[in-house]
Design a protein around this ligand. Structure first.
Ligand SMILES: Nc1ncnc2c1ncn2[C@@H]1O[C@H](COP(=O)(O)OP(=O)(O)OP(=O)(O)O)[C@@H](O)[C@H]1O
Ligand SMILES: [Mg+2]
Length: 336
């Protein structure tokens, strides 16, 4: 679990260029990459790199990361460390996920939680964001402080998928996860406490024991009676989320943590708003189908297709046909 093998992928990191923040796209960034070639900027970059290497030297975490993983980790978490959100990175909880790796950190004394979970996103080029435009329909483009980006040049860069455009999308994706988590936490949903988001990572409450993170629900076998209680709690959360005009979008037992009888829904970057996404109902239905696969294996009687329809209509949404099922994902199933 704690091996560094997952990080072989990161050998050719492009992440050092990811470190500067993206705040409502300053003009210098839009003129990128030409400006990048000028001498003063190169000099500045050199200085920044030297400074970073010097700073890296005084950042020694208990978690023993490989060289490249360490660069990536420090580049992504250094600001949070210096702002005293946490004092140490203790272990890798899960590496090489499709979006990110998650680490257990020792929280600073000023934080009420003893530990934090740091979700550090993979460098853009290694992310497996299939059909992300499908989830982005109607969504705002957010900068790394969570503000909407209006700048026409930036929006054009995203449309054209230039390097800058991809970088903006990456940041926006992270901010969407953080904002969704914050909104749902405030609404009382069972999600980890969100603390702070940055250019390449978010910090949230850690779910688990001192030496072991909570398992994901797909690895847990429940007795029938508890399975029904957990199922009801998940449905309660789905309804609460829907009442706040959100759909998880990648819900399954893999994205639910189970800890001492409680559940926590995680992994929200692709969450969508049913008011602006024309495929919202198909995505909602798919979430319920995947969820029920697990609960059916735990002897809970559930009919995801009827359940999806009932919940959807109960919350006042209209059922619309999806615009193009193949856009949902390559594994989209016509039966959905
Ligand atoms: N707050 C948390 N506390 C403890 N463990 C967590 C927390 N958040 C995430 N994890 C662990 O990290 C894993 C990956 O997190 P998440 O699902 O958000 O990222 P991901 O990139 O989508 O990964 P995957 O592709 O594995 O789903 C989770 O499956 C879970 O084991
Ligand atoms: Mg996940």
């Amino acid at each position: 679990m704690h091996s560094n093998n997952n990080f072989e992928l990161y050998e050719q990191l492009e992440d050092l260029e990811d470190i500067p923040g993206i705040r409502n796209v300053p003009d210098e960034l839009l003129r990128f990459p030409n400006q990048n070639k000028s001498r003063p900027r190169q000099k500045k970059q050199q200085d920044e790199t030297i400074e970073l290497v010097e700073q890296e030297n005084d950042l020694n975490f208990s978690y023993n990361a490989s060289k490249h993983e360490k660069e990536w980790l420090i580049g992504s978490l250094e600001d949070f460390y210096r702002q005293q959100w946490f004092d140490d990175v203790i272990r890798l909880i899960k590496g090489g996920g499709k979006e990110a790796s998650v680490y257990q950190c020792l929280a600073n004394d000023t934080i009420s939680d003893e530990y934090l979970a740091a979700k550090v996103y993979r460098p853009r080029k290694f992310r497996q964001l299939r059909n992300d435009s499908f989830y982005r329909e109607g969504r705002l483009l957010l900068d790394d402080e969570g503000h909407e980006i209006h700048n026409g040049g930036a929006l054009h860069a995203v449309q054209k998928r230039t390097t800058l455009g991809m970088r903006l999308l990456h940041t926006s994706w992270i901010e969407h996860e953080f904002q969704t988590l914050s909104m749902l936490h405030q609404a009382g949903a069972d999600v980890p406490t969100p603390y702070v988001s940055g250019n390449n990572a978010i910090l949230m409450g850690y779910i688990g024991w001192d030496d072991l993170a909570a398992p994901t629900l797909n690895t847990v076998n429940l007795v029938k009676q508890e399975a029904k209680q957990v199922f009801d709690r998940v449905i309660h959360n789905i309804e609460l989320i829907l009442a706040h005009h959100r759909i998880h979008g990648d819900l399954s037992a893999y994205n639910i943590l189970y800890f001492e009888g409680e559940i926590f829904l995680i992994d929200f970057p692709q969450a969508i708003d049913p008011d602006v996404n024309r495929n919202a109902y198909a995505i909602f239905r798919r979430d319920l189908i995947r969820l029920c696969e697990y609960f059916q294996s735990q002897s809970v009687n559930c009919d995801p297709v009827h359940l999806a329809k009932d919940l959807w209509q109960k919350h006042g949404f209209n059922i619309k046909s999806p615009i193009d099922p193949r856009l949902i994902s390559p594994d989209y199933n016509d039966e959905l």
